[in-house]
Ligand binder design. Structure first.
Ligand SMILES: [Zn+2]
Length: 357
């Protein structure tokens, strides 16, 4: 069964330097920026800032969920491209009212040097034109190869490699981001490896993957690896405290899913009543499944996920991220959750289903 949004993406799997993320049906800039600001990733942001002065040639970000990994990859890219908030219109304020700004800024407010408008502590601002270009996928120093629904193709990698022979603009760091890099075929990964044999100053490859074990060991050995924080799976979602009706609806649907996986009943008849599964409920259900997945990966499976093997659990991470993005793009909630339920049902029946269906 194909992902509900896979066809739109398959026409253009390679992006960057001109292809906006909405053409690839990746999450909106607002969703990605919110994830990039997630307080749970504060430790990762601190580690990335320490690395920023001397960027590694290959940086591997693992853990978390797919949307958060992409958000943090973009946060790193934006850190290097951020030009700082635009000066506010109106009369120039006195130096005393802007204690953090460089004196030079006040002398040249019309044409401030790009790399000096933002103090490092505020970087990236996620508000300037450069930050927005990064988070919409159109910044000239960002190249994205997206493996989230399609395999990353060798031709895409070769095309990006050719561009690397050109010098990055204005000494800026050029970031080549491989989203869901575990979807890279061995041949493509080897092409990538060859290109990494020659140091290329000014370029940084970012590999985003659920776990380092899912990449070629030779690729991992060349990477500086950092891990995202998982959400605390033992805490009930905070939105349930404010909305017990939503909590009850999610419990009903997770019970139906458990019943489907146990004996094939209880899901499809209910989900066919389209209005029965609205977008907020579907989004909360996907979040709950992500929480259960985190618990299962910690060796504490609940309900139907206890029937999935380790590999299927790892792939469920990508399935749930796809479902999350599909709901963001207003795909019919019942259709998205039918797809998720079918993938889990088949994976429980035959372990390879998550990989091949
Ligand atoms: Zn910025």
């Amino acid at each position: 069964m194909a992902a509900p949004r896979a066809s739109a993406r398959s026409a253009a799997p390679a992006a960057g330097a001109g292809t906006p993320f909405d053409a690839l049906r990746l999450p909106s800039p607002e969703v990605l920026m919110a994830r990039a600001r997630d307080p749970r990733q504060a430790r990762l942001r601190t580690l990335l800032e320490r690395l920023a002065g001397n960027p590694p040639q290959v940086l591997l970000l693992e853990g978390g969920d797919a949307v958060s990994r992409l958000a943090m990859g973009l946060w790193w890219t934006a850190w290097h491209q951020c030009t700082g908030p635009e000066p506010a219109p109106g009369p120039a304020p006195s130096a005393g009212s802007l204690p953090g700004l460089l004196p030079g800024l006040l002398q040249d407010r019309q044409h401030p040097p790009p790399q000096q408008r933002t103090a490092p502590a505020e970087r990236p601002c996620l508000a300037c034109a450069s930050c927005r270009q990064v988070f919409t996928g159109v910044h000239h120093s960002l190249h994205l190869l997206d493996g989230a629904s399609d395999l990353i193709r060798i031709d895409d990698v070769r095309e990006v490699m050719q561009k690397l022979s050109e010098k990055p603009r204005q000494g800026q760091l050029r970031c080549i981001l491989l989203n869901e890099a575990h979807n890279c075929k061995a041949e493509t990964a080897n092409t990538l490896l060859k290109s990494l044999e020659d140091p290329r100053p000014g370029n940084c490859f970012l590999l985003l993957a659920p776990q380092r074990e899912r990449l070629l060991p030779t690729l991992v050995s060349r990477s500086f690896t950092l891990s995202l924080a998982w959400p605390d799976p033992h805490q009930p979602p905070s939105h349930f405290k404010e909305d017990t009706t939503l909590q009850q609806a999610v419990e009903t649907w997770t019970a139906r899913l458990d019943s489907l996986v146990a004996d094939g009943r209880g899901w499809f008849g209910a989900a066919l009543a389209k209005e029965a599964l609205d977008k907020p409920t579907a989004q909360a259900l996907v979040l709950e499944l992500q929480r259960r997945l985190a618990l299962a990966l910690l060796g504490e499976p609940h309900g139907c996920l206890g029937r999935l093997d380790a590999e299927s659990l790892q792939r469920l991470d990508t399935v749930l991220a796809e479902a999350h993005a599909s709901l963001e793009y207003n795909v019919t909630p019942a259709l998205v959750l039918d797809w998720v339920a079918t993938r889990i049902y088949l994976a429980a029946k035959r372990p390879q289903a998550m990989a091949t269906s």
